[in-house]
Design a protein around this ligand. Structure first.
Ligand SMILES: Cc1cc2nc3c(=O)[nH]c(=O)nc-3n(C[C@H](O)[C@H](O)[C@H](O)COP(=O)(O)O)c2cc1C
Length: 252
């Protein structure tokens, strides 16, 4: 089903789409500098208001995430920001694998830079950008490792190559040229994987599993012309109502 934005866009002349595309890529590049000249306009048809939103941010996340399926390529890709113990941030993309009332789950190597940072400073921020629907979602909160059982269940759904990769790659460490191939061959030997095998009995490595970001804050952003975007933020609170979330509009 088309989203409200795509229904609206399909009514516009093709020329506008082409024009908008050309504006997207207008850059001025010199050996010293890259200037981005374009000013993309955003035209979300959302009208976010604290009074007309679900009381639980997961319900709105589910609505948005469902509506971008088939429109946004890899809508589950999200920027994950972590920070070292002394507060130095770093960001990378990971894939959302599960979202529920407990939090947002992704999987990775527990010795990687991101995992080491989350062990030292157990907080993270996630950001989704769904360009085609002019939407952004930010999730902020403490993190925890998911249970061994959850990691095991997910690991066993992965294709063989990804299972071998999880064993072979010392993610985020500096490696020599060819070292990864060598490690992959070693792991194949260790688990008796032959050329052409599509599956093998490969256990979950101790150094691999899921992290859950437990949201204290979930912000929804809908892009509007002239940068006058709609923003609403759900913050967890212990107020005397039947909702554990306070919803506020934020200035764009
Ligand atoms: C679209 C996309 C999806 C990715 N998904 C994951 C993922 O789910 N888990 C993961 O560990 N790395 C994933 N990566 C690789 C990470 O961005 C990153 O390079 C890697 O996790 C090492 O990060 P770190 O050194 O900061 O720990 C993905 C990269 C891209 C571009």
């Amino acid at each position: 089903m088309l989203s409200p934005y795509h229904r609206y866009k399909s009514t516009l002349p093709f020329l506008i789409t082409r024009h908008r595309f050309r504006m997207d890529i207008a850059i001025q590049s010199s050996p010293e500098k890259i200037n981005v000249l374009a000013h993309q306009q955003y035209h979300s048809l959302d009208h976010l208001s604290p009074s007309n939103l679900p009381t639980n941010p997961l319900d709105l996340f589910r609505q948005w995430f469902t509506s971008v399926q088939g429109i946004v390529h890899e809508p589950e890709a999200m920027a994950l920001s972590t920070a070292s113990a002394d507060g130095i941030p770093s960001t990378r993309i990971v894939l959302l694998k599960q979202a529920d009332n407990h939090g947002f789950v992704f999987f990775t190597n527990y010795n990687s830079r991101k995992s080491r940072e989350m062990q030292a400073n157990p907080h993270a921020s996630l950001a989704f950008y769904w360009r085609e629907d002019h939407r952004q979602v930010r999730v902020v909160g403490p993190v925890e490792k998911v249970s061994r059982e959850e990691s095991e269940a997910y690991f066993q759904t992965r294709p063989l190559g990804s299972k071998i990769g999880a064993w072979a790659s010392n993610q985020s460490a500096a490696i020599a040229e060819g070292e990864l191939d060598h490690q992959i061959n070693q792991i194949k030997k260790k688990f008796g994987v032959k050329e052409g095998d599509v599956d093998a009995d490969i256990p979950l490595p101790d150094h691999w599993g899921g992290w859950r970001v437990i949201p204290n804050e979930v912000e929804f952003w809908a892009g509007k012309p002239s940068r006058l975007h709609d923003r609403v933020c759900y913050r967890r609170w212990d107020g005397p109502t039947n909702s554990e979330w306070r919803i506020e509009r934020l200035a764009p």
